[in-house]
Write a protein that binds this ligand. Structure first.
Ligand SMILES: [Zn+2]
Length: 306
């Protein structure tokens, strides 16, 4: 067992990845949570517990198609959708940000009863601490202490990303289950890893790193619309895809970008090639998943359909 682990670790290091900390795309068996509220509306969550960087699939059933619901999670309104306009079931995905403090929270729903009376019903969610190791890295000085011009570029990038994540496209752009962005790969690492760069603590690593040779094709994890395809200061050549209802995937450090902002993409369409652009120690794919601003482990959505 141990030797296999070591072997996998050394293979990863060989390919320039930062760590041997692996997470697989398998999901732990979780007990779903359910609550029947007033007027027969039923709230369901794929689990009553989630770890930092995890996600929960949510469902509201027993509603009338004309009924309007508002959902709230993590202090934000969460978009809900119906599979068809006449469906009595609504859906949502709740992302648990990798830095959300562990504790007990609520997924809160509100709507109006037939007589107009406001109804509020909620389901508790326990957030557990994620097990994230700390990584110490030495990188080129310019990336740790950017000069004023680089600092300005990085801030502009950040503003651009915030504007993207602030936008919720009220449309299901995905088709079926999410897949991994590289072929022949089943695991990736580094999600949530706390970083100390040249002795200074930095924000945690918000994506999954896949070791791969430069030039390896990168595929869209799901269909959607390209909303960013350009070079950013830290993440190098970057592609961001909007999948609708606040769900976005990001592909960073590409050597080549094969799409343009505004392009529709199909599930598994090639969008670029693995590279080492931006702040990296070697070629790999950095893959990010953001759900309503929450930075989530992408491996949690693979093989799942929201
Ligand atoms: Zn990364």
């Amino acid at each position: 067992m141990e030797t296999t682990k070591l072997k996998r670790a050394s293979i990863l290091l060989l390919f320039g990845c930062f760590s041997a900390g692996l997470t697989s795309a398998k999901h732990p068996v979780q007990a779903p949570a359910k609550k029947t509220c007033e007027s027969g509306v039923v709230l369901k969550l794929s689990s009553g517990t989630a770890s930092q960087g995890g996600l929960l699939l949510a469902e509201i059933s027993g509603s009338k198609p004309s009924q309007e619901f508002s959902a709230e999670w993590d202090g934000r309104p969460i978009p809900l959708w119906r599979e068809t306009p006449a469906s009595p079931t609504l859906h949502a995905v709740l992302g648990v940000d990798l830095e959300k403090p562990p504790g007990r929270y609520e997924w809160k729903l509100s709507w109006a009863a037939a007589d107009g009376k406001p109804i509020v019903c909620s389901l508790p969610i326990t957030v557990r601490a994620g097990k994230f190791p700390t990584e110490r890295l030495t990188v080129e000085k310019q990336f740790v202490q950017p000069d004023p011009e680089q600092q300005k570029r990085a801030e502009e990038d950040q503003k651009k990303m915030k504007a993207i994540y602030d936008t919720i496209t009220p449309e299901v752009l995905w088709k079926g289950k999410f897949v991994l962005p590289l072929k022949g790969v089943t695991t990736g690492g580094n999600f949530g890893r706390r970083r100390v760069l040249n002795g200074e603590a930095r924000s945690p690593h918000a994506g999954v790193d896949f070791p791969a040779a430069a030039g390896t094709p990168v595929y869209a994890a799901q269909s959607g619309k390209v909303v960013l395809a350009e070079n950013l200061y830290y993440s190098g050549n970057t592609v961001v895809i909007d999948h609708g209802f606040g769900i976005y995937t990001l592909y960073a450090h590409l050597s080549e970008i094969g799409v343009h902002a505004g392009d529709p993409v199909e599930l598994s369409a090639e969008i670029g090639k693995v590279g080492a652009t931006g702040r990296v120690t070697g070629p790999h794919l950095h893959w990010g998943l953001t759900i309503d601003h929450a930075r989530v482990n992408g491996l949690q959505i693979v093989q799942r359909q929201p």
